[in-house]
Design a protein around this ligand. Structure first.
Ligand SMILES: Cc1cc2nc3c(=O)[nH]c(=O)nc-3n(C[C@H](O)[C@H](O)[C@H](O)COP(=O)(O)OP(=O)(O)OC[C@H]3O[C@@H](n4cnc5c(N)ncnc54)[C@H](O)[C@@H]3O)c2cc1C
Length: 292
């Protein structure tokens, strides 16, 4: 199918882009990598009358250390994050997550900002950014806001963005020494969206006690979910096999899957939440022990 007719704008500044969004309100949509928006338009699940392409706006594609955080511009492609030495060295979980997304074509075009804004409960980025407790910067015509990721992800295909706002940056705190992360994903075949996936980031103190735990779930609820009970089961405890098992059981309680005719029943997904959380924590702990 082909999309309905639309008017196309390619502004070269954020100011112009947000003015266009303000003028056209809910009839307008931002275009980033187009990996979700174009299929939506072609299938006519959505037919925006105005497209505001942000790819010609300079300064939205970067990865840098800023103070105690790593900042990633919204237009940074999945592939750039997957292959960034800075990300691999400082926040390996993000490189690993990027590597799981779709196929090479999708990773070359799709952006972290587009993926988070799209708010697909099966999207991989939301869970990873929950695990590392990241935040997002969004810009409207007159003001800028910074939102914690928990507040940004509202519901299925619904973020906290207003019609005239653009997500400009994702920011993630730099983890302390003895930190590690993992993104583990179950998919029907290579390149598919998750049947279930789990993002885990942990930090250990000098005695091996868990001083930070972040766990995000993919395709296990109406949006990417924080596995709060599982996090609480780890925090303040030595990460023994028993503690990890208990956290995995808790993650199965945190999960709120609905039956999915393509990818499995709610019962199956709940069990996968348990299994993949266990695997994710084990891998994250192994990696944390290697980082001095
Ligand atoms: C075959 C295929 C397989 C895929 N597999 C996976 C997968 O395994 N895992 C996964 O996570 N994703 C997968 N995706 C989706 C992919 O990751 C998309 O890149 C991502 O969901 C959207 O990013 P984008 O830059 O392409 O955004 P677009 O498609 O351009 O936009 C998506 C939505 O976000 C809005 N938007 C985009 N950027 C901004 C911004 N900066 N500020 C405000 N609003 C914005 C748009 O208006 C639109 O509503 C797949 C896609 C395809 C086509």
């Amino acid at each position: 199918m082909v999309p309905r007719k639309f008017e196309y704008f390619a502004p070269t500044s954020l100011k112009d882009a947000t003015s266009l969004l303000k003028k056209h309100g809910s009839d307008a949509k931002v275009l980033a990598g187009g990996m979700s928006l174009i299929p939506v338009m072609k299938l006519r699940l959505g037919s925006p009358a105005y497209i505001v392409d942000i790819n010609r706006i300079p300064g939205l594609d970067y990865i840098k250390v800023a103070g105690k955080s790593v900042s990633i511009g919204a237009l940074t492609r999945h592939h750039t994050i997957e292959t960034s030495k800075l990300v691999r060295d400082k926040l390996g979980i993000l490189a690993e997550t990027a590597g799981w997304i779709g196929d090479p074509q999708v990773r070359n075009m799709g952006t972290i900002g587009g993926s988070l804004s799209h708010c697909d409960p099966s999207g991989d980025w939301g869970a990873a950014i929950l695990a590392v407790r990241g935040s997002v910067r969004v810009k409207g015509p007159s003001k800028e806001r910074v939102l914690e990721i928990d507040d940004f992800l509202v519901d299925t295909f619904t973020s906290a963005l207003k019609d005239d706002e653009i997500l400009t940056e994702v920011s993630v705190p730099l983890p302390p020494p003895r930190s590690g992360g993992a993104y583990v994903k179950l998919e029907r075949r290579s390149g598919d969206f998750a049947t279930a996936a789990v993002a885990v980031q942990v930090s250990l103190d000098a005695k091996g006690v868990c001083s930070y735990a972040g766990i995000g779930l993919t395709a296990l609820g109406s949006k990417n979910l924080r596995a709060s009970k599982a996090e609480a089961a780890l925090l303040g405890n030595p990460l023994t096999a028993k503690a990890i098992e208990e956290a995995a059981e808790a993650a199965a309680e945190d999960a709120q899957p609905t039956p999915d005719p393509l990818r499995g029943s709610a019962e199956y997904k709940t069990e996968m939440a348990r299994v993949y959380t266990k695997r994710g924590i084990e891998l994250a702990v192994q990696r944390a022990k290697k980082v001095k």
